[in-house]
Design a protein around this ligand. Sequence first.
Ligand SMILES: Nc1ncnc2c1ncn2[C@@H]1O[C@H](COP(=O)(O)OP(=O)(O)OP(=O)(O)O)[C@@H](O)[C@H]1O
Length: 300
Amino acid sequence: MIRMKQVTKRYGNQTALDGIDLTLGESGIHGLVGPDGAGKTTLMKLAAGLLKPTRGKVVREQGTSLGYVPQSFGMYEEMSVAENLHFYGRLNGLPRRERQERMEELLRWTDLAPFADRAAGSLSGGMKQKLAIAAAVLHRPHLLLLDEPTNGVDPLSRREVWELICSVMRQGTRVFVSTQYLEEARHCDRVILLFRGRLLADREPGAYREDFPYPVWVVRDASSVRMKWLPRLREEPAVAQAYSRGTDLVVWSRDADKVRQLLEGLSREEQAGKVEAEAPGWEDVFSRYMMENGKEETAW
Ligand SMILES: Nc1ncnc2c1ncn2[C@@H]1O[C@H](COP(=O)(O)OP(=O)(O)OP(=O)(O)O)[C@@H](O)[C@H]1O
């Protein structure tokens, strides 16, 4: 386990992390979500021991071995998939025989076996991430740190990367993983919400959704009216938040009936689609914390 106690990290005048108290390695998959610049990479690097805190302590429990996959691709691009795995196996002190067995196992798991002789640099984004994860777990670490492993990876490959993360966890490695894709919170046992360097919440994903306090109404096909409606809705006391998502308009209500009537009235007057109730999405549940902590807009 890694314990962070009152950890603050500054770069010059810029406070990237502010008073973080956190234990890593207690949950199967512990997620870290937050918008750009929230401090996710800084937190990962502190956990990996690559950065020192400005204040506070990062303590790695004795005997906790780590695997770490940084945000940028850390494999040798001109070396093949198999050569990279051999190299990282040697680096982690795996004896030859064990290295070979583990490598074959990981090539199967990741579906990279047919590409074993391919240069790592020529792999697709998803395959590169799977290779980087395989290299980081060759030595069966207690805790695997993954910094935005699905960033820029196409949706289908993102699913494969998560399948791999889940199988790593099932084999007994605890995972700490950051993402800016909010819906990926559903794969996690616990999820930390980080915002402007502060830890706003650390809960089970279901808990975020269960106590969302505002009924959500959605106006479909509202692209032609939203610019006009949004300022008006935001002034309405019964409206907790209003934002556009694709062609829809999403409205959180403090008084559900009143807001529905208001929206249906507006919708009749002008060109907009149906008004429908919706369960809060990940964007809603996380935005709520950010709003309560001083962020006006909800865009990620
Ligand atoms: N080496 C550095 N020097 C100065 N400021 C930095 C440095 N690294 C990060 N920062 C700043 O610290 C804050 C947190 O950055 P960090 O990279 O940890 O965030 P992040 O959540 O990982 O963002 P992203 O998703 O964009 O990677 C940002 O405001 C960033 O500009």
